[in-house]
Design a protein around this ligand. Structure first.
Ligand SMILES: NC(=O)c1ccc[n+]([C@@H]2O[C@H](COP(=O)([O-])OP(=O)(O)OC[C@H]3O[C@@H](n4cnc5c(N)ncnc54)[C@H](OP(=O)(O)O)[C@@H]3O)[C@@H](O)[C@H]2O)c1
Length: 278
């Protein structure tokens, strides 16, 4: 089977390596010839133009930024047909953004943060791929994903925004929270590397607890204990208004977990008052 990848960036190059290793013929095209050639050299695929890539491939993955998917699809409109599958990789947008094509269309979202392709490909095995779209396209794509040891999971088209919201909160906002905490430690004299290592060790422990016990049981800390004075001390020491908003919003969300964990109702109300006043 010939697989075409349009967009030789982080995800496109990673998939090109994995598909080639799994025995597929891989054609790669991109906006710039340099990117396509680099991805072809790394993966062992063949670099070509966007139109030729679509012409030569049975299954075409559009691995371009979400805002470019429809433009690229328009570019290949005249060379695709119902024999071909065209898939985009956006987590947020539905496959229906491709429905103007005379092809079988779907969306395939790998639930993984991709950075350097050579590193990402090493941990691709076991990755969940959320798929939705044309039934025959989805069936075929599921088989292809299994060939690279991915795990396909079907989602409803209408559920994509919620699915992507969950992925974004975990994958992106954990990074943001980590970064905010690093800045706090650096502001009291930790070096960048000390701050990173200290918080990484803490986060690793949190991840282990979530893995073993689930998120609600993994919660520890002053809110769960009902330590109101500690929360007041935190609020007094936050100078940045943005950080204060984030802290308070997350504290209110954390109170809901504490409620589930049967924290005393009076303590919860008192804590809410402190957060509203602080
Ligand atoms: N990164 C992630 O963690 C991740 C995870 C899951 C899903 N996704 C999805 O995967 C898709 C690709 O994301 P990415 O992170 O791999 O992006 P990326 O690293 O920025 O790569 C995008 C590539 O698309 C190419 N491109 C841009 N406009 C183009 C056009 N008009 N025609 C042809 N090629 C064009 C660029 O090519 P040049 O280099 O040639 O300029 C670039 O190499 C997106 O839909 C994204 O939502 C990403």
């Amino acid at each position: 089977m010939n697989i075409g990848i349009i967009g030789a960036g982080k995800v496109g190059t990673t998939l090109a390596i994995a598909f080639k290793k799994a025995g597929f013929n891989v054609f790669i095209a991109s906006r710039s010839i340099q990117s396509a050639e680099k991805a072809a050299a790394i993966s062992g695929g063949i670099s070509t133009s966007i139109q030729r890539c679509a012409e030569q491939s049975d299954v075409i993955f559009l691995s371009v930024p979400d805002s470019e998917i429809e433009n690229v699809a328009k570019n290949i409109k005249n060379v695709v047909s119902k024999e071909k599958i065209v898939a985009h990789l956006s987590g947020a947008f539905p496959s229906s953004i491709l429905e103007f094509l005379n092809a079988r269309t779907c969306s395939v979202h790998p639930l993984k943060p991709f950075a350097d392709p050579l590193l990402s490909v090493k941990t691709l095995s076991g990755t969940l791929f959320a798929v939705e779209g044309d039934e025959t396209a989805v069936n075929e794509i599921e088989k292809i994903i299994q060939k690279i040891n991915g795990t396909p999971i079907r989602i409803k088209t209408a559920d994509k925004p919620i699915y992507h919201l969950a992925a974004t909160i975990t994958a992106n906002y954990t990074v943001t929270l980590f970064n905010l905490s690093e800045n706090l430690l650096c502001s009291i004299g930790f070096s960048e590397i000390e701050a990173k290592n200290a918080l990484l060790s803490l986060l690793q422990g949190v991840l282990n607890n979530i893995k073993e016990e689930g998120s609600a049981q993994a919660l520890t800390g002053p809110i769960l204990r009902g330590d109101i004075k500690t929360i007041q001390l935190h609020l007094k020491n936050i100078n940045d208004p943005l950080l204060k908003n984030i802290y308070k919003s997350l504290a209110f969300a954390t109170l809901k977990i504490a409620e589930e964990r049967k924290l005393d109702k009076e303590k919860i109300e008192e804590m809410k008052k402190v957060l509203n006043d602080g």
